[in-house]
Design a protein around this ligand. Structure first.
Ligand SMILES: [Zn+2]
Length: 131
C-alpha cells in the first residue's frame, strides 16, 4: 500500500521517522526498536509499518482513530487468546470473517468502520456461545 505524503487531516507533511522519535525509550518494551513510523509533522497523525519494513499498515490516524485502533486490538487479542487460538489463527479467522486477504488484515491500519466491524464480530461470536 502506498501512503499519501500529505496528511489527510491537516494537509501537513507526512514523513518516515524512527519509532524511537515517538516512543522514546519505550521502543524496547514495545519491540519497536528497529521499526519506522509515518508521522505528520504538523498534527502528529501517524501509522506504523509492517514489521521490519517501511510499508505502512494503513493510512495515518489522528488521536481518535488511534484510540479506536487500540481498543480494537484489546478486544481482538482478548478474544483469540481466550479461545486458545494462536495469533496467526486469530488473524486467519478475522481475515475470513471480514473477507480481506490476510496481508491486509492489520488492525493498526484499519479505518473507524473496520475497527467497529472487528469489535462487533468478536462480541457476536461471544454472545452466540453464551446463549
Ligand atoms: Zn496532519
Amino acid at each position: 500500500m502506498k501512503i499519501s505524503r500529505i496528511c489527510r487531516y491537516c494537509g501537513g507533511k507526512v514523513e518516515l521517522v524512527p519509532a524511537r522519535r515517538i516512543y522514546g525509550e519505550a521502543v524496547k518494551r514495545l519491540g519497536l526498536e528497529d521499526e519506522s513510523i509515518y508521522l505528520c509533522l504538523n498534527c502528529n497523525a501517524r501509522v506504523g509499518c509492517h514489521k521490519g519494513t517501511t510499508r505502512p499498515l494503513g493510512n495515518v490516524a489522528n488521536e481518535v482513530l488511534r484510540l479506536k485502533r487500540m481498543e480494537t486490538h484489546q478486544v481482538f487479542d482478548t478474544f483469540w487468546k481466550s479461545r486458545g487460538m494462536s495469533r496467526t489463527q486469530g488473524y486467519k479467522w478475522l481475515a475470513g470473517r471480514m473477507g480481506l486477504p490476510e496481508r491486509y488484515t492489520h488492525i493498526g491500519g484499519f479505518e473507524m468502520d473496520q475497527c467497529q466491524q472487528v469489535i462487533d464480530l468478536c462480541r457476536k461470536c461471544e454472545q452466540k456461545e453464551a446463549a
